[in-house]
Design a protein around this ligand. Structure first.
Ligand SMILES: Nc1ncnc2c1ncn2[C@@H]1O[C@H](COP(=O)(O)OP(=O)(O)O)[C@@H](O)[C@H]1O
Ligand SMILES: [Mg+2]
Length: 692
């Protein structure tokens, strides 16, 4: 979008800020310091500019924009001010007296008089109209190598200041609120190129300037709404906080952002993966508040939804433990550690500290042992009631040496034991369970016999001579399956893992985390609908996914490559990056360090004071809507110039009325966020894809 119209673009950028100065004039600076300016204004001038709202921007300059070549060097600047409130003039006491006396003299039938001066003589009336405004100095615009630059303070002030004050509106206001210094733009370009953009990505329009809750005048029908833009480079690889009470538009802000990021990426033909941890299911599901469609509806095939229960249209968030034995065991172990389980014992400890990570297949012996553990683990799952995938077969061990030893032992018994060897190494789960019971039983018996004859207790021998086939871990796995320790004492065994079956889904054929990461790094929008399914499943799974994203991006980076841009959105963030959370834990680490590996973190909460102070302090972008109490406002007031908005944030409850501070803007911009309108986004998407 071209913010500055052509006429302005051709002008000296400083003169352009005063392009409509006669109409915009609202007063004179009569006192100036480095941080504050006092402005003399007048009701008539206020009327000319549709009023001067609280927190509105004013600009002050002492030059005539039509005589740029003649101006003194000292005057070549425009001071940016923010209206804080009224201030008294020396003559206020007299004026106040006049106003009071005038009203005291009024008779009742004069309540309304047909006179704009309210019955006051013209000279007095003109004096009464004057008043003072106190403003904060936000910075100074000046030209540097011909382009406009904003310094975030005032370098010098003259005691005999000749600054005239103007209220910016239209294109001038758009220039001010969207100003980014040339050096910041150059840096953004450099950053963007690293993310794969060929040029500076198109800024995202997030809303329009809004100063106050009552916006009858400054956003009235005659006033042009002024767009507020966000630089995508401010947003990617950064932290963004979306703060405000419930139902003040946080989720809407996130939706607008997701859509805007997606479109910027599409337009510039690069991949930016976005993942939403959707606690309330409002991004994944059509919502009548948002014109009947959700992010998922708008982005179609570019958006993949996950849930921890079976739902048409959703992928399953859960892992198939039979398939992904390593993930499954890991999850079981994590859950067990958090649980207060009534089960204990050496075999249980061994099981809970074992791993099913696949060793290098060329390390034959390790790989064979892993394959045996994997098969026993699948039998344990079966016994513990984890529904197997349809037609599931177990790869059971049946090497000739193993079978020969078992047979030799069985035949030698009185009477001989009969054993059923699975026909191939592909057995049904119940066949596999029986087979492992046989192996365990005979192994224990061989060991007992070896003990009786004072031999080394090897039990069944592995392919290597004098090496036990049943090693310590396999022994514990077998005991766990049979629910009996090697001394013959019964124990809980697989019962210890029965409760975790809701985390498993027989539906999946591929590793869910791997699949999510593939979508994400492929530039898709992934929505994890956490509104359904068991609560513990959701928390555990989301943390695991976050952990994997973190690890994957850092691994790519540590290999010397540039990880793809990823944006993570979380709601109710105080639950995961709270004040007391350990900064070495997954979520806080992701929030704190993720940016280094190009992971942007966007978090929403109604309790900024509960967020870990370190994360808050490292947040680059802020979107703040209504906060209803001083504690929260104080937490926020410590940052940037948010303290100026304390009163307005506390009283204005308007939905989507946000105060925005972004990385490349040195001050807060009060903004009405755009409503997420699926229809408009669909249209825009259509136009981009037809360009492709
Ligand atoms: N900027 C906005 N303009 C118009 N309506 C909005 C805006 N932001 C939110 N809304 C509407 O207000 C309601 C609450 O917004 P939501 O974003 O869900 O709030 P929160 O996430 O803070 O609880 C929704 O119905 C939403 O459509
Ligand atoms: Mg919400």
């Amino acid at each position: 979008m071209n913010i500055i119209n052509q006429v302005m673009a051709d002008m000296d950028p400083l003169a352009a800020l005063l392009s409509d100065y006669e109409k915009a004039h609202v007063g004179y600076v009569y006192s100036l310091g480095f941080s504050e300016a006092l402005v003399l204004t007048n009701d008539a001038w206020k009327e000319r500019v549709a009023g001067i709202p609280h927190n509105s921007f004013l600009i002050a300059a002492s030059f005539d924009p039509n005589k740029m070549s003649e101006i003194h060097d000292f005057d070549k600047e425009v001071v940016l001010l923010r209206v804080l409130g009224p201030t008294s003039l020396p003559q206020d006491a007299d004026l106040l007296k006049t106003r009071i006396e005038h009203n005291q003299r009024r008779t009742h039938d004069e309540l309304f008089v047909d006179d704009v001066r309210d019955g006051i003589d013209p000279i007095t009336h003109s004096e009464l109209q004057y008043g003072g405004i106190k403003c904060r100095v936000l910075g100074t615009f000046y030209t540097d190598n011909g382009s406009l630059r904003l310094g975030s303070d005032l370098e010098n002030y003259m005691c005999s200041t000749r600054l005239r004050v103007f209220k910016p509106y239209g294109d001038v206001l758009a220039t001010i609120v969207n100003h980014v210094n040339p050096e910041v733009l150059a840096k953004s370009l450099e950053e963007s190129k690293k993310s794969g953009f060929t040029q500076l990505p198109t800024p995202i329009q997030i809303g329009t300037v809004r100063y106050t809750s009552t916006d009858r005048l400054h956003r009235g029908i005659k006033e042009k709404l002024v767009p507020v833009l966000i630089q995508p480079s401010d947003f990617l690889s950064r932290r963004t906080a979306v703060l405000g009470m419930t139902r003040t538009g946080k989720s809407n802000t996130i939706k607008t952002t997701v859509a805007a990021v997606s479109m910027a990426a599409l337009k510039d033909r690069i991949k930016v993966g976005q993942i939403i941890f959707d606690i309330n299911g409002e991004y994944a599901n059509a919502n009548h508040q948002d014109d009947g469609s959700s992010i998922a509806d708008v982005f179609g095939a570019d958006c993949i939804r996950y849930r921890a229960i079976d739902t048409p249209g959703f992928e399953d968030l859960r892992t198939n433990f039979y398939q992904d034995v390593d993930q499954g065991l890991n999850l079981i172990q994590a859950l067990f550690r958090k649980d207060t389980s009534p089960y204990s014992g050496q075999d249980l400890d061994n099981f809970m500290s074992s791993t099913l990570e696949e060793p290098d297949p060329t390390a034959h012996s390790d790989h064979n042992r892993w394959a045996v553990r994997k098969a026993i683990f699948q039998c344990i799952l079966y016994k513990a009631g984890y529904t197997p995938p349809v037609g599931f077969k177990v790869a059971v061990p049946n090497s000739k040496k193993l079978v020969d030893q078992l047979n030799k032992f069985a035949i030698a018994q009185q009477p001989p034991i009969s054993i059923t060897v699975p026909p191939s190494n592909s057995a049904s789960l119940s066949e596999a369970c029986t087979w492992f019971a046989t192996i365990r039983n005979i192994n224990l018996k061989i060991k007992a016999a070896q003990k009786n004859t004072n031999q080394t207790q090897i039990g069944i021998e592995s392919s290597t001579k004098d090496n036990p086939w049943v090693d310590a871990t396999i022994e514990s796995y077998l005991n766990f399956l049979i629910r009996e320790n090697s001394g013959g004492l019964p124990f809980g065994g697989y019962r210890a893992v029965v409760n975790y079956s809701p985390y498993h889904s027989p539906r999946r054929s591929a590793d869910v985390i791997e699949e999510i990461l593939t979508h994400l790094y492929g530039g898709k929008i992934v929505i994890l609908d956490l509104s359904a399914g068991p609560v513990s499943v959701r928390t555990v799974l989301s943390k695991r996914i976050a952990e994997h994203i973190f690890n994957r991006s850092f691994n790519i980076m540590n290999e010397g490559q540039i990880p793809p841009s990823v944006v993570i959105y979380v709601e109710e963030a105080h639950n995961i990056i709270g004040k007391k959370d350990d900064l070495t834990d997954t979520w806080p680490r992701l929030a704190k360090e993720g940016a280094k590996a190009r992971i942007a973190f966007v978090y929403a909460t109604q309790e900024p004071s509960s967020i870990h102070p370190n994360i808050l302090a490292n947040t680059e972008n802020w979107f703040v809507t209504h906060l209803n109490n001083d504690d929260e406002l104080r937490a926020l007031g410590k940052f940037y110039d948010f303290a100026d908005f304390h009163a307005s944030l506390k009283t204005a409850q308007d939905v989507g009325f946000a105060r925005i501070k972004t990385l490349s803007s040195p001050y807060v911009i009060p903004t009405q966020i755009n409503r997420f309108t699926p229809e408009d986004i669909k249209k825009a998407l259509h136009s981009y894809s037809s360009v492709k």
